[in-house]
Design a protein around this ligand. Structure first.
Ligand code: ADP
Ligand code: TRP
Length: 330
């Protein structure tokens, strides 16, 4: 067991898909086997995108149920809703006062939104709310509140963790040692999982396979994966095939080598490859899917897990916040 404190947040902005599973959820469940981990559902961060509370609640339950169904170790991992800990909003308000505005101007997500407006000939800040603009400050509060050492994130979030570290540094400089300095951890490159149309699997492209789609829907989606028009007898390149790219995250080494050889040898049509993929994914996911479905039908049980996570998280948050309050306001 490592003594490093790991923390990560997952935004409840969509039903988790196979790309989220491979790139984020599966590595997180692995990490929580050996580390004290804070895992929260970042519902406050979802607010700058989703304005329907029912959608946020639904996605929050889905994420909690998925993590539990995948076997998240709840002794090591504290699983909670971000908004259950009021200290995070209080800390964000405090951090506003030592965060340079110029730092926010440099945030990739804000810059991308400005560039999009400029390209469309709109006002630079059209449609950009302050939740988006100050997103990195709330994220710094998330990270600093729990004395975090390590933040496992996708490459797109690295800058945000660096900002949290910068903000902690400014704070410590002005008010004395108060915060630990966190480090981003970019996980082993799992590669980008392609979606049904061959582009990156993403809710923004409407090309996803939901992680726990019911069996019949899973089969239908897999059968819809686009392929090139090679005939069954022709050799095929597994590294350019969405079917193979998905398969390699579910099968064992020898099965992967076997399917690779069948692609390269020729003699297997894409329809057969899809059936092999479906059977594999279905067998790996069927037990956790049953548990997921049970939990989604018993949201009171999820509320209990989230409430007990919140109680554990709060006991740490209160102490940190108290330190900050004393440092800033006496
Ligand atoms: P989406 O692109 O569907 O909006 P998010 O940006 O919410 O997904 O993804 C959350 C995390 O899931 C990311 O930080 C990344 O680690 C992982 N992820 C998302 N899509 C993929 C993908 N296609 N392949 C690998 N990992 C992914
Ligand atoms: N910003 C992250 C994302 O979009 C989610 C998140 C919010 C987060 N707070 C965090 C991740 C703190 C790590 C640590 O995916």
């Amino acid at each position: 067991m490592s003594d490093q404190i790991v923390l990560t947040g997952i935004k409840p902005t969509g039903t988790p898909h196979m790309g989220n599973y491979v790139g984020a959820l599966k590595p997180l469940v692995e990490m929580a086997k050996t580390n004290k981990t804070f895992v929260f559902i970042a519902d406050l961060h979802a607010l700058n995108i989703i304005h329907d509370p029912n959608q946020i609640r639904q996605h929050t339950y889905e994420i909690a149920a998925i993590l539990i169904a995948l076997g998240l170790n709840l002794d090591n991992a504290t699983l909670f809703r971000q908004s259950d800990i009021v200290q995070v909003s209080q800390l964000a308000t405090m951090l506003m006062n030592i965060t340079p505005k110029g730092l926010m101007n440099r945030a990739h997500s804000y810059k991308a939104a400005v560039d999009k407006n400029t390209a469309a000939g709109l006002d630079t800040d059209a449609g950009i709310n302050m939740g988006l603009y100050t997103y990195p400050i709330l994220m710094a509060a998330d990270i600093l509140l729990y004395d975090t050492d390590v933040v496992p994130v996708g490459a797109d979030q690295k800058q945000h963790v660096e900002f949290a570290r910068d903000i902690a540094g400014y704070f410590n400089h002005v008010y004395g040692e108060t915060f630990k300095l966190p480090e981003p951890m970019i996980g082993a490159d799992t590669g980008i999982i392609p979606g049904l149309d061959g582009r990156k699997m993403s809710k923004s492209y409407d090309n996803v396979i939901p992680l726990f789609a019911p069996e019949s829907e899973l089969k239908k989606k897999i059968m819809r994966i686009i392929t090139d028009s090679k005939l069954p007898e022709e050799p095929k390149n597994p590294d350019e095939s969405t079917i193979f790219q998905l398969y390699r995250h579910f099968a064992c080494e020898s099965e992967i080598a076997d399917l690779r050889a069948r692609f390269e040898r020729g003699g297997m049509g894409y329809g057969d490859a899809k059936r092999i993929l479906f059977e594999k994914i279905n067998s790996v996911l069927s037990a956790p899917r049953t548990e997921y479905e049970r939990l989604m039908a018993n949201t009171a049980e999820l509320d209990t897990v989230l409430a007990s996570g919140a109680a554990r998280a709060r006991s740490v948050a209160e102490k940190t916040y108290e330190r900050v309050h004393r440092a800033m306001l006496g």
